[in-house]
Ligand binder design. Structure first.
Ligand SMILES: [Mg+2]
Length: 283
């Protein structure tokens, strides 16, 4: 219900004719009124803008399927087992660390995705920053507990995310309020110049041994997966098969990721939807 109220509030505020920016997210601290969902259907803004309907099914699955919830519990349970096993290995010369991505790994931003669909807004940085600054993302199932478990074992928890360094403040505010371990600037390696996480992992490895990597995008685990090959990197995944569930923990995200952005870059088409249909035709 809380989600519904927030999303509905964002939609109404965004479509209110008295606002200068019709489709803007509410500012931080601004109260969000609870309004009937039926208002969404009459929103005139819906008829214009950039169609994001291709996000509907993936976003609904993420928000409403019990399977998604079960998968997150399953992944974090597996992560806890793998972490304890890896910690028991002999021969480590440095303290142990775990690297964890933030978005769609620990924090659920699907409210923002849903808002994009309803308001016909393609992803853009301005909207995204306003969402981040609200600091209202909910934790994903099992996420908070996993970071606290790692911390209780003495494993240093590092957050390696492509939220930008400018988004550090509200990200810490959001995560510390939810009770994530080490939600502070010393443990948050955010994006400065490059989306690649290879350098940030190397920085951690100067003082720690990374014994587990957790994320919804394979680029959270290895630089190998940043640029997907013509086989979508299926062969690379097959070659790494023994790492999944032991060193790499992968969370499900059907809404976005390198799997999709890399495909769209390589596909011709006027709109994202046109490209997606073309991709289906190549199966
Ligand atoms: Mg992510």
């Amino acid at each position: 219900m809380k989600k519904l109220i927030i999303v509905t509030g964002m939609i109404i505020l965004a479509s209110c004719g008295t606002l200068k920016q019709k489709s803007a997210l509410p500012a931080e601290g601004q109260e969000l009124p609870a309004l009937a969902p039926s208002v969404i259907q009459d929103d005139p803004v819906r008829a214009s803008g950039e169609d994001q309907d291709h996000l509907i099914l993936a976003t609904l699955w993420y928000q409403k399927s019990a399977e998604m919830r079960a998968l997150y519990y399953q992944c974090f349970r597996n992560a806890a087992i793998a972490l304890a096993e890896n910690l028991a290995w002999a021969g480590r010369t440095k303290p142990a660390a775990v690297t964890i991505d933030i978005d769609e790994t620990l924090l659920d931003n699907s409210q923002y995705q849903g808002w994009q669909v309803i308001e016909n807004r393609a992803f853009n940085n301005e909207d995204w920053v306003r969402w981040v600054e609200l600091a209202r993302a909910e934790p994903l199932p099992g996420a908070v507990e996993f970071t606290r478990y790692a911390d209780s074992l003495g494993v240093e928890v590092f957050y390696v995310s492509n939220r930008t360094v400018q988004e550090m403040g509200p990200t810490i505010q959001n995560m510390s309020a939810l009770g994530f371990a080490n939600a502070d600037s010393a443990h948050m390696l955010l994006k400065e110049t490059t989306s690649s996480k290879v350098e940030r992992r190397a920085m951690i490895e100067k003082d720690y041994e990374i014994i587990l990597l957790v994320g919804d995008n394979l680029a959270d685990h290895s630089g190998v997966y940043e640029k997907r090959g013509t086989d979508y990197d299926f062969a690379a995944v097959d070659a790494d098969r023994r790492l999944f569930g032991t060193r790499y923990i992968v969370l499900p995200n059907p809404m976005y990721g390198n799997w999709l952005s890399e495909l769209l870059k390589k596909t011709e088409g006027r709109t994202e939807k046109e490209k997606l249909i073309k991709l289906l035709e190549t199966f």
